[in-house]
Design a protein around this ligand. Sequence first.
Ligand code: UDP
Ligand code: MG
Length: 313
Amino acid sequence: MKLSLVVPCYNEEKNVSLFYEAAKSDFSGAGFDYEIVFVNDGSHDGTFKELQKLMDGDIPVKIVNFSRNFGKESAMYAGLRESEGDYVTIIDADLQQRPAIALDMVRMLDSEPEYDCIAAFQDKRKEGKVLSFFKNSFYKLINKFADTEFVQGASDFRTFRRPMVEAILSMDEYFRFSKGLFSWVGFNTKFIPYEVQERATGTSKWSFRKLFKYALDGIFAFTTAPLRIATILGLVTSFFSILYLIIVVIQKLAFGIAVAGYATIVVLILLLGGIQLCCIGIIGEYIARTYIQTKGRPIYIAKDVLKNGKYDK
Ligand code: UDP
Ligand code: MG
């Protein structure tokens, strides 16, 4: 098998057959064999039924059917695990990313052996200014603190060679932030610009709240800088506290001012309380992640893995 298309699907009942047809027509003259690995990420609509219909077509199709919604990160992991191709492409089900580009990626890997991965990044973002601002700030922040490089606008739409897939699979951490993992494993990645299409049908599964949580996951997974910041904050506060202590003692001894400064005390208690709670929160984020990781729970649970008869060819 030359290529596996890994397609995470969450409530995409109207899109999966459109995707299948698009892939079929774009790959019709490709001249190599490929499979499609659909991961049904606990959809609440008829996605699974629609996927089962695709089992009758003439392309080798696999369906990994999750027991509930585990999120796109888990779906990608499952898809990579079930893929059999020498090359593996991760691509969305909503046709925002054209299968034709995946074919270009394969051709590039064929002709440029020095690369292990071709990754697409969004040339022009089709989103609001506020969201763009937050995304840009996130990339600036994480690149400043993390050792791993995060390429701005890079998507999960990528084609890997098998050794890189195996490297990614060897990292079975529970809190997955793929953009970081893809870069952490190393290998040579070539970034190509692409234009995001409109969603074929349905709406995006990402709300601002989900994106914010995802951004925090990325930061906590790839840098311990927040802990360092907490330490520095503590040191700076302690330094100024000692200075202020000296001032207060001198005031008392030299000028006899003892009970003044009610406002100062209230402000200081509130400020220090706030800083302490923040720092405990930061430590808590890491401890919580450590706690959940130590339970060693699986990244996903699949109810069934279906494979059609086209594999025997
Ligand atoms: N997806 C998934 N699990 C989720 C959310 C999304 O498998 O919990 C899939 C979704 O079906 C789609 C891809 O991930 O194929 C990208 O999702 P979406 O289109 O909502 O994101 P966007 O394109 O807006 O970034
Ligand atoms: Mg989409």
